[in-house]
Design a binder for this molecule. Structure first.
Ligand code: C2E
Ligand code: MG
Ligand code: MG
Length: 725
């Protein structure tokens, strides 16, 4: 505590000033810090003696010869203490004190009475009137100075306390935070009005004691709050700080930051703790990029819906899970800023497409969004919204000054209205979110539709996928991957022109896992780049073996995933592999699926051009399924179109399919590209393709994909088939 009552030593006393100048006309106090004492006595000798005693100690002194004048002085000047005689003309000491007390209380202006030494009754009355202390006449210098000093010290300490209380009150009124103060000995608990308002308690009769306030804390957070509190009270932490959820007015929860500091008694034990409560919900629940609710808030909202359904207060509701297909490509291509820019416009697009009165849109992960439809009549309503969302995505997005088209897969889960027991509502939310997520993954694998409604088998599929993903990481090092080769045969040369390398994974426990199942997982988990590189190297090595054995170039086709194609350094990897295996670039054909290629034609053109420049051939796989734009086809550096096997398969059942095959062959011819038909299973299909002018075929009619050792035999073989009419 500051010793404000202590006169400053740098103040020089001028012995003439205090006594030479008439009391009332004394100049007002300057900025000096010496305390000012007003001596009120009708006896000039007493005034002079006392004044001298005080001045010598560095005090400033003012004088008045009666009570009335004294009142005028304290009104005009700053006086820190009054020394007051009892008997004076006009206004005696008692009356003067009473008057002074109407203006200042005991701690603001101490008054020390100068009483007659035998006047004990006087002294008692003086205390009744409001003096702080007394000295007896004749004045003893040491006693006078000690009492004056003590009173000034008490006054300074009380002023300090008042100032700090005023500051505290001001801060507590001005801040948005709640304030709490907990006496750990008595259990008394002060909660400021703002604290109460923040948690929605407006009942003035609610006066919790001790840890009672914890009833407002979310069940799941209580234990942590107590642990943090104890850690601080035991001295393990320098201050108490914890984030917790507290009930709000609408029976929901708000996130709060609770901070405090303990005060210890002389034995070092915490006896009191006080602190603040800050509402941090905003930062906790809003997604910083899009401003949408985040996963936490979404969870909360769904939980409330579940509770309503369980209480039969509402009918069913739905959750839609939505994920941008191949978002990683956007990030790779345009960088994180571009990715962020896209996500913002994407979220706005979704936001515009939903009816805000009964729907909540949230961003729950990187490119994952969720929508809660709070009140629906049934599944059809949810499907309608899914379709509306997808319509909203039909217009291209502007990213980095370019137009890009994206697709999004939507998974739908409907809350059970039959009152099925979900356990607690939080578990029900987790279950529904998992269901919507599983349905979304299912939607991703569908070509024809990009939304899917949850069915129970999907959860098993999702779990299995996660397990597979874990295992796939070790597939290369455990030698579980192999390549098989399917011949591609020239329809006019009747010989095997090359092979398509197809990847196989034989897991020691699961057995054979089809590529259509594990390749999408490898892509989504980012494993495809490493696996793809392994395939390329193996296939090139195999082609070199065939060339060396047969002394002719054998073309090998390798499937390249779009993620692999657009990965950093892909062209260099191809060059390195060609270099190390010594395969001529012209013997390597890279197959890229049409639908994926056409999602970002502009970005892939440059990569394909580089690959063409080093001499490799480029083939568009599964052609006819990916809505190629003719403009892009023209610009793309291509060598081959591969007709998707669904069209070959349907050639005799559907005029449309036949027309598509015919058109693709015609298109290839006019673009001067080779055309290969996939999935040829019958001689009729083969003959038809021959008559349409197809260059090469591939399919079970000739051979299934086979191991390299068997494939080699097909290189010698002259193929033969009955000629069509
Ligand atoms: P794709 O590139 O279109 O390969 C042709 C698929 O059709 C192969 O299936 C092949 O076995 C199958 N097929 C060939 N002839 C016939 C037929 O006459 N009838 C029928 N029903 N099917 C036939 P597979 O090997 O299961 O591969 C499926 C897909 O997996 C491939 O389609 C390709 O997109 C992908 N894939 C396979 N290996 C790789 C690889 O190494 N890397 C990448 N990125 N993708 C691969
Ligand atoms: Mg292929
Ligand atoms: Mg294909």
């Amino acid at each position: 505590m500051h010793d404000l009552g202590q006169p400053k030593s740098d103040i020089q006393w001028n012995p003439v000033m205090p006594i030479a100048v008439p009391a009332i006309d004394r100049p007002k106090r300057s900025n000096r810090h010496a305390p000012t004492v007003l001596i009120v006595d009708d006896d000039p000798a007493t005034r002079e003696i006392v004044s001298c005693m005080l001045s010598l100690e560095g005090y400033d002194v003012l004088e008045a010869d009666n009570g009335r004048k004294a009142l005028a002085v304290v009104k005009e000047s700053t006086v820190d203490l009054v020394l007051l005689d009892v008997q004076m003309p006009e206004m005696d000491g008692f009356r003067s004190v009473r008057m002074l007390r109407q203006m200042f209380d005991l701690s603001e202006l101490p008054v020390v009475m100068m009483a007659a030494s035998d006047g004990s009754e006087q002294i008692i009355e003086a205390f009744d009137c409001g003096v702080n202390d007394y000295v007896c006449k004749p004045i003893d210098r040491a006693i006078l100075l000690a009492r004056v000093k003590t009173q000034l010290r008490v006054r300074a300490a009380q002023k300090e306390l008042r100032d700090s209380e005023a500051r505290y009150a001001l801060v507590s009124r001005g801040t948005n935070d709640g304030v709490w103060d907990w006496n750990l000995i008595t259990g008394e608990l002060y909660l400021s009005p703002r604290w109460r308002a923040m948690v929605g308690v407006d009942d003035p009769n609610w006066n919790p004691r001790g840890a009672d306030w914890l009833v407002l804390v979310h069940r799941e957070d209580r234990k942590r709050v107590l642990t943090d509190l104890e850690a601080h009270l035991c001295g393990e932490t320098s201050h108490f700080e914890t984030e917790l959820r507290m009930q709000d007015r609408s029976q929901g929860h708000r996130w709060m930051l609770c901070r405090g500091l303990a005060i210890k008694d002389s034995s070092g034990l915490a006896c009191r703790i006080a602190g603040s409560l800050t509402d941090i919900t905003e930062g906790k629940v809003a997604d910083a990029l899009t401003g949408l609710p985040n996963r936490m808030l979404f969870h909360d909202r769904v939980e409330r819906c579940v509770e309503k359904v369980l209480r039969r207060q509402s009918r069913s509701f739905a959750i839609l899970y939505l994920d941008v297909d191949d978002f990683k490509l956007i990030n790779d291509q345009f960088g994180h800023d571009g990715g962020d820019q896209f996500l913002v416009s994407f979220s706005q697009r979704l936001d515009n497409a939903i009816r805000k009165s009964d729907a909540v849109l949230a961003r729950i992960g990187g490119d994952e969004f969720a929508i809660l439809l709070e009140s629906i009549r049934g599944l059809d309503d949810a499907i309608l919204v899914a379709k509306r969302l997808q319509e909203a995505l039909m217009t291209p997005f502007k990213v980095g000054g370019r137009d890009i088209l994206v697709r999004a897969s939507v998974g739908i889960a409907i809350a059970d209205t039959t009152g099925q027991n979900y356990g607690n509502s939080s578990a029900a939310v987790d279950l529904l979110l998992t269901q919507a997520d599983a349905a979304m993954y299912q939607a991703k694998t569908q070509l024809d539709s990009s939304y899917c409604v949850f069915q129970s088998e999907m959860l098993d599929a999702t779990a299995a996928k996660l397990e597979l993903a874990g295992e796939l990481r070790y597939a290369i090092e455990r030698n579980e991957l192999t390549l098989v080769f399917q011949p591609i045969v020239g329809l006019s040369s009747n010989r095997t022109e090359g092979f398509e390398a197809l990847l196989r994974w034989r897991h020691p426990v699961y057995g054979f896992v089809p590529p259509n199942e594990f390749i999408p997982i490898a892509e989504s988990k980012g494993l495809i780049v490493e696996i793809g590189e392994w395939v390329l190297r193996e296939a090139c090595q195999q082609a070199v073996k065939w060339r060396n054995e047969f002394q002719r170039d054998v073309m090998v086709s390798v499937n390249v995933s779009i993620r692999q194609l657009t990965s950093d350094g892909f062209v260099k990897t191809v060059l390195d592999i060609l270099d190390s295996t010594q395969l001529s670039a012209g013997s390597l054909k890279l197959e890229v699926t049409e639908s994926l290629l056409m999602q970002q034609p502009e970005q892939t053109i440059a990569i394909l051009q580089s690959l063409r420049e080093i001499g490799t051939k480029i083939s568009i796989d599964d052609f006819g399924t990916g809505y190629s734009s003719l403009a892009y086809l023209h610009q793309m550096p291509l060598d081959v179109l591969k007709v998707d096997r669904s069209f070959v398969n349907g050639m005799f059942d559907s005029e449309k399919h036949l027309a598509i095959v015919r058109t693709i062959i015609g298109l290839a011819s006019s673009l001067q590209l080779q055309v290969i038909a996939e999935g040829v299973e019958t001689v009729e299909q083969l003959q038809k393709l021959q008559s349409l002018g197809c260059d090469m075929i591939q399919g079970y009619f000739l051979s299934k994909p086979i191991p390299a050792a068997d494939a080699i035999k097909l290189l010698e073989r002259k193929w033969d088939w009955p000629q069509g009419s």
